[in-house]
Design a protein around this ligand. Sequence first.
Ligand code: TIU
Length: 222
Amino acid sequence: MTTWQIRAEPAPVTIDPAETALIIIDMQKDFLYPNGYGAFLGNDVTLLQRTIAPIQALLAAARGRGMLVIHTREGHLPDLSDCPPTKLNRWPPGNRIGDMGPMGRILIRGEVGHAIVDELAPAPGEIVIDKPGKNAFYATDLDEMLRTHGIRNLLVTGVTTDVCCSATVIAANDRGYNAIVLRDCVASYSPARHAAVLDVIKAQGGIFGWVTDSTAVLAAMQ
Ligand code: TIU
């Protein structure tokens, strides 16, 4: 059995690549592009764009080794029937999910802004999970898909560190998956929140998982 030993915090982690998936969380135009929803709300999207190149390198390596690749997208049905009022009412009218944004209706499935960025477009056959929540396990068949493929470890990438990545890592940990987060492949609109979340994940002996980077993972893959 081939194993990969990955340099990580709080300790190195050894994984079987056959039991490992690369998950790319919500790398959507609305969050990353200068004319997307995130930018429209006043966020600095360049902080998020820095993740694209290292995720591209990791994605190419994962594809080359036949690893399971999972993309997720946050978004809702056009009639908003899957969007709780608590989430809908978080922003003033005009800036809400379902309102017309710069790249179509904000976070609505099928709209331009909801799509994954061109640089990381899913390849035919790769799993794409449409999620109505922040946590990718909530109201999706992600858990079933991972179990079907015998996955026990997740290499976690995507945006944002403090929202959808954090929510997914915490949920994965409770479900018995090892979450290994790549610090250069996740990003937040707030560098302080990004750093804080990574600290929490690896605190207390790795209470939610491990923190590493793409250089260490690519080295372990050799
Ligand atoms: N995908 C994801 O993280 N959704 C968010 O709403 N993130 C924010 O940082 N707002």
